[in-house]
Structure formats: C-alpha cells, structure tokens
Write a protein that binds this ligand. Sequence first.
Ligand SMILES: NC(=O)C1=CN([C@@H]2O[C@H](COP(=O)(O)OP(=O)(O)OC[C@H]3O[C@@H](n4cnc5c(N)ncnc54)[C@H](OP(=O)(O)O)[C@@H]3O)[C@@H](O)[C@H]2O)C=CC1
Ligand SMILES: N[C@@H](CCO)C(=O)O
Length: 431
Amino acid sequence: MTAPLRLGLAGLGTVGIGVVKIVQRHAGLITARTGRPVTITAVSARDRTKNRDADLSAYAWEDDPVALARRDDVDVLIEVMGGHDGPARAATEAAIAAGKDVVTANKALLAHHGQELAEAAEAAGAVIRFEAAVAGGIPVIKALTEGLAGNEIRRVMGVMNGTCNYILTRMQAAGLPYATVFEEARQLGYLEADPNLDVGGIDAGHKLSLLAAIAFGTRVSFDKVELEGIGNVSIEDINLADEMGYHIKLLGVAQMSGRGLEQRMTPCLVPAESPLGQLQGGTNMVVLEGDSVGQIVLRGPGAGEGPTASAVMADVIDLARGLRISTFGQPAATLAQPVAARSATPAPYYIRATLLDKPGALAKIATCLGEAGISIDQMRQLNKPGEKDDLAVVLIVTHKAAPADIAHALDQFGATGVMLGAPVAIRIEAV
Ligand SMILES: NC(=O)C1=CN([C@@H]2O[C@H](COP(=O)(O)OP(=O)(O)OC[C@H]3O[C@@H](n4cnc5c(N)ncnc54)[C@H](OP(=O)(O)O)[C@@H]3O)[C@@H](O)[C@H]2O)C=CC1
Ligand SMILES: N[C@@H](CCO)C(=O)O
C-alpha cells in the first residue's frame, strides 16, 4: 500500500466540516479508488472551542493556517476559509512555497490572484485544484479541463449563483418584490456575509472569469467582466417577461470573438421552456459549447456542505491518484493576456418605458429606436387598472440589436421629453 495522502484542513465551516465527514465516512471507498489512504492530520479555524458537528479529536490543531500549511505531516492544503486576501492567500502561498499541492473552494482568491498563484505553484512543482470554486457540486472544471480538452470552446454560459437564482425564482413564484425576497434569503442564511458578493453578481463573475481562463487559454481577468447584479430586477419585469414566455436569470456568458474576450454576468431573459429558464431555486447550470462536441449542459447543486465537499474531495482523489493538471488546464506561462471586448453580439432586447400619455409619445420612442438602426418586433401599451391615465407603460421587444445601439437609443429616449423615469432594457439570450 502506498503512503497515505495527508491533508491539512484550513477552515472548519460549512465546506470544511463536509470534507471531514466524507474523509471519515468514505475512508475505505477512497482507499479502494486511489490505492492509498487519504487522512486528515491537522486542522485550523479561528475558534478552537466551537462545537462543529464532527469528531475532530484525532487531528492536530493549529491556530495559524500558515503554520498548518507548513507542517511536515501535511502533503496537501485544503483551503476552505474564504476571502481573496488574508489567511486564505497567506496559507496558499505558504503551502506552494513548501512545494505542497492546494485544493481550494475559494473563487474570490483565484479570481484575484489566480495567475500569480498558478505560476508560483508550477515553479514549485505543485498543483492547485479548485473544482468546488465554480458551481459547487457540478464537476465543471473537470469537464472543461479533461472531458472537453479536445475541443475549441466556443461559449461558456450559465447560472452560477444559487442565491440569485433562489431570489429570482421565488419572486416569480410568489409574486413578491425584490426587497421582501432578499430579506427572506437573509433569514434563511443564503446570503454571503457581504450580500453584494451574491446580489451584485460579483461571486458569479468570479466563477465566470475562472471558467473563461480555462476555456479560452487566457489569464484570469475578473476585472474585465461586465457585471450587473439583480438588485434592479423588478417583480413587474419578471411578470411581463413571464407573460411573453421568458424568465429572468442572472446569466453569465463568456466567448472569444474576433474583437477579444467577452465576459458578462447580467440579468437576461431566457426562454421559459429552455433548460436555463426551468432552473429553480439554488440550483446552478453551466452550458459549455465546443466545436466538436456541440452543447453540454451540466446542472446540479451550486452550494451547500455535501455538494461543495464532494467537489473538494474529487480534487483530493485526483491528487491521490497522481493526476496532475495545470491550474487552468495549460501551463500558466502559456496563458494569453486577453484583449477585453465589450459585449457586441447582437440580441433581441426587452424594453419597458413609462411615457407621458399624450399624442406622439410612442412615435418619438419608436423614432429613437429606428434612428439607432433597431427594428421593433413587438410593441404594446399596457392598460393596467389603477394606473394614472396620464401615463402609459410601453413594452417593446426588438429584433436583434447590438448592445451599443440599444444604449444609444436609450440615451435618446431621455431627450424626447416624454419619458417618466428611466427605461428598463434587458437582453434576451438565445440558449
Ligand atoms: N458554503 C458553500 O456552499 C460554498 C462555499 N464555497 C467557498 O468555500 C470557502 C468556505 O466557505 P464556507 O465553508 O461556507 O465558509 P464558513 O464561513 O462556513 O467557514 C469558514 C471557516 O474558515 C475559518 N476561518 C476564517 N478565517 C480564519 C482565519 N483567519 N484563520 C483560521 N480560520 C479561519 C472559520 O473559522 P471559525 O469556524 O472558527 O469561525 C470557519 O471555520 C469560501 O471560499 C467559499 O466561497 C464555495 C462553494 C460553495
Ligand atoms: N453564494 C454562493 C455560494 C456558492 O458559491 C451562491 O449563492 O451560489
């Protein structure tokens, strides 16, 4: 029997305790699959006295995760503390400096420091694995780096933040406004400590930037992701979209166009009957498109103790089996510096505008669209009981239009003198 693979576990929260449970429950199964035992030798967290719903008595304790990473009886650091700097970064760097492999669930760390950490790991002969960092229990990193390695990737797309998907689907199902459902999500413990990481689209943007790096062989460029969160999605737009056969999702899309790397994480309308449109609650879905394979759809739990620990353990088991793949699927030095391109791919748009209800108002709006080269597919005025009769809510669905043309037309709306408030424009994504 080969020597055990010895883990040092930094973080004993939701994910860390999930890892402890799998290591303890499946010791025999893991040994059978890898040919060597996988053991935890030492753990670290902030509060040693906390009751953690797992038996940790066999493990050494370190107050300092950096000391944990440097221990002679630790072969692999499991970093499940979180945060893009601080102890997570320090412990990861310490492990790499000591030539040790790192398994992390920390998308923020890699979105901000992925390139330098990958270079340092390769220089030290170490490997960084991060299956759990993107879409929780869904093996999407493995799918891209291994299963689809023979493809040129055309597009990566998906719903990658379970909290946002919960909020949007709950708003729709219960007819509740954003603020009410946001508060429910907080009560249920779904939100990150900084809720803006979720609802601001940042967490999902981190994940998209990691997938884009693997898919397109480029350095992680989170700072170039076009980000828009879900805070401005209204129940009115959710209901109107639904009437037209669409659902609103916080959708990430990354693709390499002739102009450069497009990465966006924004609310979009998707067909209600499509796999993405049907996605309920905290579930994630990632759609991968390769030149040879066509379209692959991966769906599953994007968070939680079991699913996330499952992904961490998949990486651990790969290391125990001796599988060593570069962090982003190819040597870090060969990752290209991407040229970031604003999304220019034309798409239909949903536009809702509130106008003064007077002769010619609608014509002025239609003229702005026409002058921007945008063709109208559907248009209707909503006559809702109880609305003031001096205003008109107008709903427009355009034919495919370039994002820049839509932005220009919306700017022109303001100069017509008939607008009441800002218009809403949401891209309709073909999926
Ligand atoms: N929860 C989930 O479903 C998912 C989480 N992730 C990622 O996994 C990582 C962990 O998440 P999660 O388990 O939810 O986080 P938790 O907040 O539940 O746990 C964090 C753990 O890290 C420990 N910790 C924090 N700071 C320090 C420090 N300075 N020194 C030592 N230990 C520290 C905490 O200690 P103490 O317990 O003593 O406070 C706690 O045990 C994050 O990067 C997260 O983004 C990824 C996918 C899904
Ligand atoms: N806050 C994240 C956790 C999993 O990364 C989500 O809601 O998807």
